[in-house]
Design a protein around this ligand. Structure first.
Ligand code: HEC
Length: 102
């Protein structure tokens, strides 16, 4: 009985670490709808302000790299306020959500 509990705890720990690495799509959806959809479209299907790429077409790592570059101020644009607030985990979560839209 005890062994089973330990096993289940370990399994849970491993799966939550994996979820963290891959990004949590549900969490990403919440963030995306609140801070990104107005410019990039509900389905990430718009070119924000007619300027950006259609971010739905980007790969997860391309999205994360772009968000980090904006946060670091290496790329500046109209959406930088929204991007500056994101943690690394937020970026992964949002990228996971956008991948799920495909
Ligand atoms: C005020 C409008 C606005 C908001 C809000 C906004 N963006 Fe952007 N975003 C833009 C614009 C304009 C660009 C293109 C110029 C630039 O690179 O900054 C862009 C560029 C990007 C790019 C790079 C795509 C490319 O063209 O290379 C990504 C990825 C991105 N945004 C994701 C997001 C995410 C995720 C959020 C929410 C946290 C967000 N944006 C919020 C306007 C916005």
């Amino acid at each position: 009985m005890k062994k089973t509990a330990i096993f289940i705890t370990a399994l849970f720990a491993v799966s939550s670490v994996q979820a963290e690495n891959q990004g949590n799509s549900e969490q990403g959806e919440r963030l995306y709808k609140r801070s990104c959809a107005t410019c990039h479209g509900k389905q990430a299907e718009k070119r924000a302000l007619g300027e950006s790429a259609v971010i739905k077409q980007l790969k997860a790592d391309e999205i994360i790299t772009a968000l980090q570059a904006h946060k670091d101020g290496k790329i500046e644009g109209a959406g930088n306020n929204a991007k500056a607030r994101l943690s690394e985990q937020d970026m992964k979560d949002i990228a996971a959500f956008i991948q799920n839209l495909k």
